[in-house]
Design a protein around this ligand. Structure first.
Ligand SMILES: [Zn+2]
Length: 231
């Protein structure tokens, strides 16, 4: 039976998403969270929320973020620990943007164990750099509403013009090829130990991210359904 016909389907697990910039990771993570009715936890959004509400954590994180530095593990973990204790996480949750390092992954594993969660599983979107370069260099952003187009995969009706409001589309400096190649290399360097860590634990599920969005989604739901049954 399709997931949509079973609103009672519970995932009861934490799901981690790994994938390079341009892999559609954020979109797919949100889709999975929506389908199972569980929260989508993006560390970036959570940090901004804490800063906005001026919580104790937010007040600690604010000056660090304002200096453009990375918020330390200890703070991020405190924030996640607090978040997964809330009742809406009791049937599972999706983590987007965390962990980024093996150290963080180990802490996260311990934290989840302490809170009585089953071991998390990882959706790993795998894409070659040529596909990513094409996707990312083709991006054009509307100056008015911020809508993102792609000259290869999702072109506007009129070249250079936003479909919604007629705003001018521009090429963000960080979407240029040399900058992207650097970003992808940095991502690989940082993430490959994490990928190996989860692979050794048997928690990693590779999905071909070069396929269409609906195909990736179908494969992701297949993995989630299997993991729901697994212990
Ligand atoms: Zn627009």
């Amino acid at each position: 039976m399709a997931l949509e016909e079973r609103p009672d389907a519970k995932l009861d697990r934490g799901v981690i998403f790994l994938g390079p910039p341009g892999s559609g990771k954020g979109t797919q993570a949100k889709e999975l969270a929506k389908a199972y009715g569980i929260p989508h936890l993006s560390t970036g959004d959570m940090l901004r929320e804490h800063v906005g509400k001026a919580t104790t954590l937010g007040l600690q994180a604010k000056p660090i973020m304002e200096r453009g530095e990375l918020v330390p593990d200890s703070l991020v973990l405190k924030m996640i620990a607090e978040r997964i204790e809330r009742p809406d996480c009791s049937h599972g949750f999706v983590l987007d943007g965390f962990p980024r390092t093996v150290t963080q992954a180990r802490y996260l594993g311990e934290l989840l164990k302490q809170h009585g969660y089953k071991a998390p599983f990882v959706i790993h979107l795998v894409l070659g750099s040529s596909v990513l370069l094409r996707r990312l260099t083709g991006r054009r952003t509307c100056k008015v509403c911020g809508e993102i187009y792609n000259i290869y995969d999702r072109p506007p009706k009129v070249e250079g013009i936003c479909d919604k409001d007629g705003g001018e589309l521009f090429h963000r400096p960080d979407d240029r090829e040399d900058v992207i190649a650097e970003r992808l290399q940095a991502y690989d360097k940082q993430t490959s130990p994490l990928v190996e860590y989860y692979r050794r634990l048997g928690a990693l599920h590779d999905i071909d991210g070069a396929k269409s969005v609906p195909e990736v989604k179908a494969q992701m739901f297949q993995v989630a359904a299997e993991m729901r049954e697994a212990r």
